[in-house]
Design a protein around this ligand. Sequence first.
Ligand code: HXC
Length: 545
Amino acid sequence: MSDLMEDPRAGSNAAQQAGKKNHPKKVREIPESLKKFREIHAAAEAGGPPEKIAAQKAKGKLTARDRIAYLVDEGSFQELGLLMETRCTDFGVKDKHIKGDGVITGFGTINGRLAAIFSEDFTQLGGSLGRTHADKISRLMDMAADARVPVIGILDSGGARIQEGVDSLDGYGEIFYRNTKYSGVVPQISIIVGPCAGGAVYSPALTDFVFMVKGMSNMFVTGPEVVKAATGETVDFETLGGSMTHASKSGVCHFVANSEQDCYRQVKELLSFLPQNRFEAPPALETKDSADRKITLLEKLCELDPRKSYRVHHIIWWLSDEHRFLEVHQNYAKNIVVGFIRLGGQVVGVIANNPAHMAGALDINASDKAARFIRFLNAFNIPILTLVDVPGYWPGVAQEHGGIIRHGAKLLYAYAEASVPKITLVLRKAYGGAYIAMSSKLMGGDINFSLPSAEIAVMGPRGAVEILYSRQIKEAKEEDREALRAKLAKEYSDKFASPYQTAAMGSIDEVIEPAHARARLIGAFRMLAGKRRPGENERAGNIPL
Ligand code: HXC
C-alpha cells in the first residue's frame, strides 16, 4: 500500500537512495486477484478442450487465435469480450462456461492499418452461433462502423446453435442487419475456413468479398443429406458447396486460396487496394514505373486479325504499375475480367471484356459480376477503367429465358449510377448495345478513348450485310455469294467499323496512339481526380447482385 502513496516522479531518486543503502530486494507476492485474473485469461485464451484443438489441427486447420495472428501485425490485436458467456440455461450450455462463447472479437492492425476482426472457434461447441456469440460480432461491427475501419470475419461454424433455438436465429438477424446497414460504409470481408451452412451463408453473401480455401471451406443452404431427401440427388460436400463450386459456378466466392496461409496473404493484398471507409480515398503508392512507359503490345493488337482471340489480362498487366493486377472473381464469368491495379500510383478498378472466353460477349453472369464490382468501386471512391472488346450479347434461349434483359440492365444501371471518374478505352470490337453498356460516353463515361483498331458499329460487318443486302445475296449465284458477302462486309467496315465516325460525332473523345495508352490513361485520371471527394456522395450500399 505504501507504494501507492509514493510519488512516481520521485521514483528514480528513491531507487538511487535505496541502492546506496544496499537493502535486500523484497520478493513480491502475486496478489490473489491477479492470480485469478491470469488463470481465467489463460484458460479462456486456450479455446476449446485439448482434444478438440487436436482434432482441428488434424484436419489441417489453424485455431481461431492463430488465424488472427496470421492476419494482424504482431502484438497489435486488442481483444474485446473474451470473458462473455452464453445466457442460455437449456441443455446445460451455460454449465460449460464457454468463455468468449465460441468467437474471438477485437481490433488489430494489418500492415499498419486498423481492422475489426472476428474469428469463430470450431473447438468450442463447433463454433456454433449462440446469442452472445452474435452479440459480440454485432458490437464489433457497430464499433468498426463508428471507427470507420473494415470488418473481417473468419467463419468456421456449425451454424445456429441448436440448443439456443430462436435466440440464435435472432442472432443471425442482427448480423445480417448490420452487414446491410454498413454495406458501402466500411469494406466487409468474409473468410470461410470450415463449414458455413443454412441461413448462416447469408452473412458472407452480404459482405463485399468472400474468400474460401480449397478442400477446407463449404457453403450451402441445405447439405448433401437434405438434398438427397428432397430431390434424390447424390452429391458430396465439395461438389455441392466447396471453394471451386462457389468460385466458378455460383459466383458466391471471389477468391480461392490453396491454404489458409495463402488465404490471409491474399486478404492482405486485397486490403492494400481498399480505403478504410467511404470517407477516404484508396491508398496511393509511389511508383518507379514511368507514366509514359510505351505499351508496344497495343500496337501488336492493331495488327491482330479481328477474329483472333487473346487474353485481356496481358493488356491489363502491361498498362498497370509494375504489371501488378489483383483479379477478383478469377474463375467466374471469365468473359469479363475485373480487379484492381494502380496507374501512376493511384488505385483503379478495371472492367475488361475478355475475348479469350466466349469471344468476350456479355451474358447474365458477366453482367452480374461486373455490375456488382462497379457498385463496390463507386461506394469506395475507386475510379473505373473500362477496356472494351465486345462483340455483343451472348445469344440463346437459355440467356433470354434466364433474364439477360434484367441482368444486363444491372450493368447499365451500375455504370450510369457510378459518380467516380470513369475512363473507357475501346481496344477492338464494340458492337451494338454492348458498346453502349460498356461505359460509353452517353452512358456517363467521362473520357472515352479508342485505339485506331477499334470497330465501333451497330453490329459486326458480316451480320450487318446479311440484313442490309439479304436480297442481293439471295439473287446472286451460289458460287458468287461468298465473294459478294466479303466485298460488302469490307465496304461496311471501311465506312462504319472504325473509330473515326464515332470520334467525329463526339461519342469517342480521342483516338489515341496505342503505345501511349498508359500515359494517356494516367493523365486522364489525374485530370478527373477532383471529380468527387470521398464521402461526398450518399451512401451507396453494395447489394449482392
Ligand atoms: C450446436 C453444434 C452445431 C450446432 C456442431 N455442433 N454444429 N452444436 N449447434 N449448429 C457441435 C457438435 O455437436 C459437436 O459437439 C461439435 O460441434 C463438433 O461437431 P462435429 O459434428 O463433431 O464436427 P464435424 O464432424 O466436423 O461436423 C461439422 C458439421 C456438423 C458438418 C458442421 O457438426 C453439422 O452438420 N452440424 C450441424 C450443422 C447445421 O445443420 N447447422 C444448423 C444450420 S441452420 P461436441 O460436444 O460433440 O464436441 C442455420 C440457420 C441459420 O444455421 C439461419 C439464419 C437465419
